[in-house]
Design a binder for this molecule. Sequence first.
Ligand code: SIN
Ligand code: FE2
Length: 222
Amino acid sequence: MPNNFTAELFAEAELQQAPRTEQVGPQAFVLRGFALPWIERLVPALRSVLRAAPFRQMVTPGGFTMSVGLSSCGQLGWTTDRSGYRYTGIDPQSGQPWPAMPEAFRELAQAAATEASFPDFAPDACLINHYVPGARMSLHQDKNERDFSAPIVSVSLGLPAVFQLGGEQRGDRPLRVPLQHGDVLVWGGVDRLRYHGVLPLKDGTHPLLGPRRINLTFRHAG
Ligand code: SIN
Ligand code: FE2
């Protein structure tokens, strides 16, 4: 009896730790807690990327200043200004190439893509989004990449958020997907061009990252 009890407790603990996969589309998956084993390597790597390429608030072609702060690492970084959205090899703020993609970032992105049945993912861009309470990202498609055969791998860190996963038309009613620290969302294939966004971040303070949410999105852009 005591042995069984211990075994049961152990099984339960294991279940809680094991990443849970939730399918949110034919080729879209939430990998719960998938990034947690990488956190100790991700955070210092993130800090050093941000020293070289700090968050900045960009302006959309329509003239709106984004509430989300942005940076990038990897061969290509995403920028927007009055002349449009695009990927560049140079950070327009520093005039230098974007910081290299840290090895821990790449490993996590590839492992998550593989887990979601995209085994050949070779990210060349990682966008880094910084949300403070109240910041949001309105519904959009990721379509500045050269081809859409590679998935998008999105890693949530810090405060929780509600991700909206819509359909291929802007007017399609979006699914609300709550995302926590360490969750990874992967969407590709037939789901690659679905509209998506993030609802305004609620107030709070995350024990590791403070009053913010940081999202890493990995793409094959070039
Ligand atoms: C994005 O769509 O680029 C960001 C999504 C997120 O912050 O979860
Ligand atoms: Fe996006």
